[in-house]
Design a protein around this ligand. Structure first.
Ligand code: SF4
Length: 336
């Protein structure tokens, strides 16, 4: 599916959180937040990880960044394993992999001026020293995220939400990373500001060539920035395809349900909304067989007992569903 050698390779990634309970405080159960996830990202590519809240997508991001330790699986950066590095060897990784969080306000130190916020990664990683060099680098970062240079003397609370997210982007760019993990980076913003930030990220990627892992519950936003999309449900990837294929010919019933909720700009195109019944099951006790069978409108006997594996359904598309053909082709008109 990918001709360019991957920058990041993830295989069999699991994160199970133990739940303690009982009289002696032992482990009574596990939350299977991420339960065997495989994907890769090439240099300069954007892969989006999408799914409902609680599907494990943010946990994947945190495990890649080693903010939490994975339970199992391998993560390789440029072919070298990073999932098992001791804490003392994480420093170069921290420079190469940066993150942008959903809420820029809580991730920016309110007592620091923007200049200090942006200078911190530069000095921490030994990328600039001396007042004038740091000032020059900070000014360039302000230019990149299209904020006025003189606003570097202000504090985060003096900026709007969108401007604060630009500061978060500038901070992520400061150490010249190879990949940025954007964890719901635009979810808290107004619609028009969302579009501006997504366009900015896209322009910066064209200019600087970093890869992006774009974690989002919002397929409408993802469509504008991504090269490929991986859809997660209850800790597993259920479909992965390039953007065009996924939006035109998604295969998995869960993907089709998510897509049916995306507004279509052309009012002449009728899209049949698929309302999923029931809540997402608990990741403490996921359903047997296909994890989606409790909500899938196409479930049949086999789905309740046998777990579907990811298989190729078209040259740029894999899907984990027992159905051979995309269900309900009439649900989404091709190209909608
Ligand atoms: Fe639905 Fe069965 Fe496919 Fe799962 S395997 S998505 S339950 S049809």
């Amino acid at each position: 599916m990918n001709a360019i050698p991957p920058l990041l390779e993830v295989s069999g990634l699991k994160k199970h959180f133990p739940l303690r309970g009982g009289f002696f405080g032992g482990v009574s159960a596990h939350v299977y937040a991420v339960d065997g996830v495989d994907f890769s990202i090439s240099k300069g590519e954007t892969l989006s990880l999408v799914g409902e809240s609680g599907c494990g997508k943010s946990t994947v991001g945190r495990a890649l960044l080693r903010l939490i330790d994975p339970t199992a699986g391998e993560v390789k950066l440029d072919g070298n394993r990073i999932d098992n590095l001791p804490a003392s060897q994480l420093r170069p990784l921290r420079r190469r992999m940066q993150v942008i969080f959903q809420d820029p306000f809580s991730s920016l130190n309110p007592r620091m001026r923007v200049r200090e916020i942006l200078a911190e990664p530069l000095t921490n990683f030994g990328l600039a020293s001396g007042r004038s060099e740091i000032d020059d680098r900070v000014a360039l970062l302000m230019d990149k995220v299209r904020l006025p240079r003189d606003s570097m003397r202000r504090h985060p609370h003096e900026f709007s939400g969108g401007q604060r997210q630009r500061i978060g982007i500038a901070r992520a760019l400061a150490p010249d990373p190879d990949i940025i993990i954007c964890d719901e980076a635009v979810s808290a913003l107004d619609v028009s500001v969302k579009a501006q930030i997504v366009n900015l990220m896209s322009d910066l990627q064209d200019e600087l060539g970093m890869a992006l892992l774009f974690i989002s519950h919002d397929l409408a936003i993802v469509e504008h920035i991504t090269h490929r999309v991986a859809v997660m449900y209850l800790g597993k990837i259920v479909e992965l395809a390039d953007r065009q294929t996924l939006f035109a010919r998604s295969h998995h019933p869960y993907t089709r349900a998510l897509l049916s909720a995306v507004p279509v700009p052309d009012p002449t195109i009728k899209r049949q909304r698929i309302i999923l019944t029931g809540d997402v099951p608990s990741p403490i006790n996921p359903p047997s067989g296909c994890r989606f069978h409790t909500r899938c409108p196409f479930a049949f006997d086999r789905c309740r007992t046998e777990e579907p594996v990811l298989r190729e359904v078209s040259p740029s598309q894999i899907s984990a569903c027992h159905l051979t053909h995309a269900p309900g082709a009439e649900i989404l008109p091709a190209g909608a």
